[in-house]
Unconditional design. Structure first.
Length: 119
């Protein structure tokens, strides 16, 4: 089992920045690719970004490309999402997820952290 705990969410003005974190425990963190997803009000959960087990590969949804950056520190068992130039439509609960290497499905999910972009 892998336990994931997100933190760092909050209220930010449009155009502002925020960094959210996800701390993992329970298994060897470097055995997992990590992803961020979000679910806005009245919307389905959607993919935001992911990063390979060693940080060598990253992938972003078109809606956040150029504004968000995913990174990880395996020594701290933590994955981050740096969000810049935030827009009201980025308002959502953000979830991190873990996927074993060479697997297609994210098997482990955190509880989420709320990010609200509003003036």
């Amino acid at each position: 089992q892998v336990q994931l705990v997100e933190s760092g969410g909050g209220l930010v003005q449009p155009g502002g920045s925020l960094r959210i974190s996800c701390a993992a425990s329970g298994r060897t963190f470097s055995n997992y690719d990590m992803g961020w997803f979000r679910q806005g009000p009245g919307k389905e959960r959607e993919f935001v970004a992911d990063i390979s087990w060693n940080g060598g590969d990253t992938y972003y949804a078109d809606s956040v490309k150029g504004r968000f950056t995913i990174s990880r520190e395996n020594s701290k068992n933590t994955v981050y999402l740096q969000m810049n130039s935030l827009k009201p439509e980025d308002t959502a609960v953000y979830y991190c997820a873990a996927r074993e290497r060479r697997q297609l499905t994210y098997a482990y999910w955190g509880q989420g952290t709320q990010v609200t972009v509003s003036s």
